[in-house]
Design a protein around this ligand. Structure first.
Ligand SMILES: [Zn+2]
Ligand SMILES: [Zn+2]
Length: 307
């Protein structure tokens, strides 16, 4: 019998050591959906919750990061898609992509593979649950929306700080090596930057749980996957007529972040456009034109007052 705390009552379970045995046991538990059964079977089968969480998060990160990068790497090789490339004269060379891949993999194994093993004990300490059944979908969606908004705020301020003098020179410059980004370049960054901006992704759910006492590890994993997709897509270098920001005008997307890599100044947020809009830090000619129009309006107003 497994010692996992993923479920509270194994008394009706039959013995067996394979993953399928575990799944067949959870299949008998009423009111569990397919994903909950898979999740519970995994923990039950692993029989070591700390190791199971560490492995799950490491594999999830690798699988979804590179899985999401792959279509962009393929699209880069198909001339048909060139018409939607934002900086169409700059297609990353094989050499550039290979060097980026090596660096990202090194960072994953050296910087992230270590702290990931402390995640389960931390979850237990602050009360992030991992048992089945999961919380309701509406609760998960609400928490995901909060994480997106808060992470974007964290990202805006720390990213803006990283563009300041010495921080840029010694830390953030590495990420700006590619003036025309590509998917794989999303996590191409100095280890300090990976830790600092990564803290926004992982630290916000932790803080949320400390304050509310209500968070499930499955929600955290969905959040990390969505945040990975957001980061990879914003570095893709492609702007399609069906890109999300055409339907959600406050969504940043590749259109927003490509300008940041192109012009180096402005466009500091990750998921949304509001911080850059209200603090007048939008990048590129479009941002400059908007700022100038705003200044002109203010000057005209002032002139009218003095007449
Ligand atoms: Zn930057
Ligand atoms: Zn970037």
């Amino acid at each position: 019998m497994s010692s996992s705390k993923v479920y509270y009552d194994y008394s009706s379970f039959s013995n067996g050591t394979s993953f399928m045995d575990a799944y067949n046991n959870f299949n008998q538990v009423p009111n569990l959906n397919f994903v909950e059964k898979l999740w519970a079977s995994y923990y039950y089968y692993m029989n070591n919750d700390l190791f199971a969480t560490g492995l799950l998060f490491f594999v999830t990160h690798e699988f979804f990061y590179f899985g999401r990068c792959l279509p962009w790497a393929i699209i880069d090789r198909i001339p048909y898609f060139r018409k939607w490339k934002i900086q169409d004269e700059k297609i990353p060379s094989d050499q550039e992509q290979w060097e980026c891949l090596k660096s990202v993999l090194t960072s994953h194994f050296l910087v992230e593979a270590f702290p990931i093993w402390f995640f389960h004990p931390l979850c237990q300490k602050i009360g992030i649950s991992f048992d089945v059944p999961f919380p309701s979908i509406s609760q998960m969606l609400l928490q995901l929306a909060v994480f997106f908004v808060l992470e974007d705020t964290w990202h805006y301020w720390f990213h803006r700080g990283l563009h300041y003098g010495v921080f840029y020179k010694y830390i953030h410059k590495q990420h700006h090596r590619y003036a025309a980004p590509f998917g794989l370049a999303a996590e191409y960054a100095h280890p300090i930057e990976v830790a600092l901006l990564g803290l926004g992704t992982v630290g916000i759910p932790i803080l949320w749980c400390i304050i509310t006492g209500n968070l499930h590890l499955f929600t955290v994993s969905v959040w990390i996957v969505l945040r990975l997709f957001q980061a990879v897509d914003s570095h893709s270098g492609y702007e399609f007529p069906w890109s999300l920001h055409h339907f959600l005008p406050f969504w940043a997307g590749a259109d927003h972040h490509d300008e940041h890599h192109h012009y180096f100044i402005g466009g500091y947020s990750s998921s949304f456009r509001w911080w850059d809009y209200f603090l007048e830090t939008e990048a590129g000619p479009k941002g400059k034109a908007a700022r100038e129009a705003k200044m002109r309006k203010q000057a005209e107003k002032l002139q009218k007052k003095t007449i």
